[in-house]
Design a protein around this ligand. Structure first.
Ligand SMILES: [Mg+2]
Length: 246
């Protein structure tokens, strides 16, 4: 007789990834794309250093930069910014050396071993910006759903959108896998931990971006890892929630 391990529970698990500093490091391509868009569209020679980028939505960053450079925050200027930024981004990605962060391909492959795990995005990037970045690093096709920074300035709103998208995805798979049992949010900034908690997710922090392990630890994530090269604790968490892999 096979030993009984954790009983299998019908349901799905969603793993929601931040992009910059978590899946990839672009070498600053996003900021270069922002700088060129503001130069092309609004004649801004150098972006204000007062506006923080890490872990924030593209919309929030762009609106803050408009305010800092006396550019009216109109819908028209937001549209002009987006088109210029998205137009500049592929060249910026090609120009700057970047990388897929340690362990990411193996972790994604391990998650894809389970038919009851769905992987998605929870990012401040514009959807098309996320697509450009992850296509450049050959990761885009792994993420069928997500929450993005097109409409929201608040990261918690994006988290709610990502969770709704995960639920829709689970519902579309229903009959095969059942309801969403838990979401895991993985990110490299305090904003990722906070927005994960705002949706009741299991939060995982990695100091692979600009934020130190000490600063992340102060946010009390459920797990703090050096990087994602050994994801055993995360796979064990999923196993504890859903039961034995299948
Ligand atoms: Mg990040």
């Amino acid at each position: 007789m096979r030993p009984t391990s954790a009983p299998y529970k019908k349901g799905m698990y969603a793993v929601l990834f931040d992009i910059d500093g978590t899946l990839i490091q672009t070498g600053g391509a996003g900021q270069l794309g922002f700088a060129r868009a503001f130069a092309d569209q609004f004649g801004v020679a150098k972006l204000s250093g007062e506006v923080s980028f890490a872990g924030r939505s593209d919309r929030a960053i762009a609106l803050d930069l408009m305010r800092a450079h006396d550019v009216p925050q109109t819908d028209e200027n937001w549209q002009r910014f987006q088109e210029a930024y998205l137009g500049n981004l592929p060249a910026a990605l090609a120009e700057l050396p970047g990388t897929v962060l340690p362990g990411i391909p193996a972790f994604i492959a391990a998650l894809q071993q389970r038919s009851d795990v769905a992987i998605g995005l929870l990012t401040g990037n514009l959807r098309r910006g996320a697509e450009a970045k992850l296509t450049h690093y050959e990761l885009w096709d792994h993420f069928p759903f997500g929450g993005f920074g097109d409409l929201a300035t608040d990261r918690n709103e994006i988290a709610a959108t990502a969770l709704a998208a995960a639920n829709d995805h689970a519902a579309a798979c229903n009959g095969r896998s059942g309801p969403l049992r838990e979401a895991m949010v993985i990110g490299d900034t305090v904003h990722d931990v906070r927005c994960g908690k705002s949706i009741g997710a299991y939060t995982v922090a990695v100091p692979t971006g600009q934020t130190s392990a000490e600063t992340l630890s102060a946010e009390a994530p459920d797990v703090l890892l050096d990087d994602l090269s050994d994801c055993t604790p995360l796979l064990e968490r999923i196993g504890a929630v859903l039961g034995t892999a299948r």
